[in-house]
Design a protein around this ligand. Structure first.
Ligand SMILES: Cc1ncc(COP(=O)(O)O)c(C=O)c1O
Length: 390
């Protein structure tokens, strides 16, 4: 029997996929597992799809675009970055990708060689470590701690730097799974560390628009950081466009040029139909995002209050659409806890270990689910906890 590559064999089998499959198949389960908006596309985008399909020939939908992405889209992104993120960048320093995940992957390919290292927060988005490993580099965890509000501790970043091997650090604000929004002070410290050690910063800002009682700051907007930061953003969460696979990265010319070259061998170009939709999305008034953000905020307040009442201490998340709860009053094993909750309580949550070893003893609930479903899930969780472990 011919083998699958060792690289692939060693990739972790994401538990989240299995959980979501069970949750989808078993209609009696209430799922707080998903990491994607449960909103429909904003109406003007729905109408625009009709326009695009009607004019498919004229719009040359069946042709490849420039590997950097269409110029009109990159111009719109450049304006958006200036206005919303205070990042001054030309369209040629922007590359459009199939979701920000692809830009992250291609960016890592261009930055880290085999034997080199990339720092990753732990816990963090489950896509980072496998992506680093797939490009042949080594992930090095920087632990985040609940007692430090899941913030980066700059001393811990420094401790994990190997002067010869460390090439980059990934940061994520607002963060999945903790909802932490990095403060300007911490971002400035991270920026100083990157400059001192000549590191690239990959700044994953997928949830930049979903922010509550806080402010999103792009590290790429800080003085002198243009040469160090690859800013990764996406249409997936802000516009409920996950399925259109549209994201982008903005960064130093040298890195974007390298990514453009690699892009030829990965997807060639993000789908033209999605790029056209992206241009329309960026022209929309803020009200469409704001409507979703307000609804998430309502759910957030409810779920965090309920989880704390249920003796599952949960730090208030200031961004994204996740709560990250401490389950240690009931169990020290997130996987067992989540599996039992799924089987016996009929609620799907994600075990914290999916996000790294520092996630042991925690579970993530997504509040990108209908309010009523969240209410029902919390009621079921309450019942489940009364019996759990007895
Ligand atoms: C923190 C974070 N970054 C990136 C992604 C991937 O997003 P995209 O759809 O843009 O590839 C996700 C998806 O859940 C995420 O949570």
């Amino acid at each position: 029997m011919r083998n699958i590559s060792e690289r692939e064999e060693e990739l972790p089998d994401a538990v989240i996929g299995r959980l979501l499959k069970i949750a989808n198949e078993d209609k009696s389960v209430v799922s707080l597992g998903a990491g994607e908006p449960n909103f429909s596309l904003p109406k003007p985008l729905l109408s625009h799809i009709k326009y695009i399909t009607k004019n498919a020939e004229k719009l040359r939908l069946n042709h490849y675009s420039n590997p950097l992405g269409r110029l009109d889209l990159r111009e719109a992104i450049s304006k958006k970055l200036k206005k919303d993120n205070k990042i001054e960048t030309d369209p040629e320093n922007i590359i459009v990708s199939c979701g920000s995940q692809e830009a992250l992957f291609v960016g890592l390919m261009c930055v880290a060689d085999i034997t080199e290292q990339v720092l990753v927060p732990n816990p963090s988005y489950l896509g980072y470590i496998p992506a680093i490993e797939l490009v042949g580099a080594s992930p090095v965890s920087v632990s985040l701690k609940e007692e430090e509000n899941w913030e980066f501790n700059p001393d811990r970043i420094r401790e994990n730097i190997d002067k010869k091997k460390t090439k980059a650090i990934i940061i994520n604000t607002p963060a999945n799974p903790t909802g932490t929004v990095l403060s300007k002070k911490i971002l400035e410290e991270i920026a100083d560390i990157a400059v001192e050690n000549d590191l690239y910063i990959f700044s994953d800002e997928a949830y930049e628009k979903l922010i509550y009682d806080s402010k999103h700051i792009s590290i790429g907007s800080l003085n002198g950081m243009q040469d160090y930061v690859l800013t990764l953003q996406t249409f997936s969460k802000s516009y409920a466009m996950c399925g259109f696979r549209l994201g982008y990265a903005a960064g130093p010319r040298k890195l974007i040029e390298a990514m453009e070259k690699s892009m030829h061998y990965v997807t060639l170009t993000a789908p033209v139909v999605s790029q056209l939709l992206g241009i329309k999305a960026l022209s929309l008034p803020n009200q469409y995002i704001e409507k979703m953000r307000k609804e998430y905020d309502k759910r957030r307040k409810f779920i965090v209050k309920r989880l704390n009442e249920l003796n599952l201490p949960t730090i208030e998340p200031h961004g994204a659409f996740y709560s990250f709860s401490n389950i240690k009053n009931f169990s020290n094993n997130s996987m067992k806890f989540a599996s039992s909750l799924l089987k016996n309580g009929k609620v799907a949550v994600v075990p914290g270990t999916e996000f790294g070893i520092m996630g042991e003893g925690y579970v993530r609930c997504s509040y990108a689910a209908d309010y009523d479903k969240i209410v029902e899930a919390m009621n079921r969780l309450e019942k489940f906890l009364k019996k759990y472990g007895k």
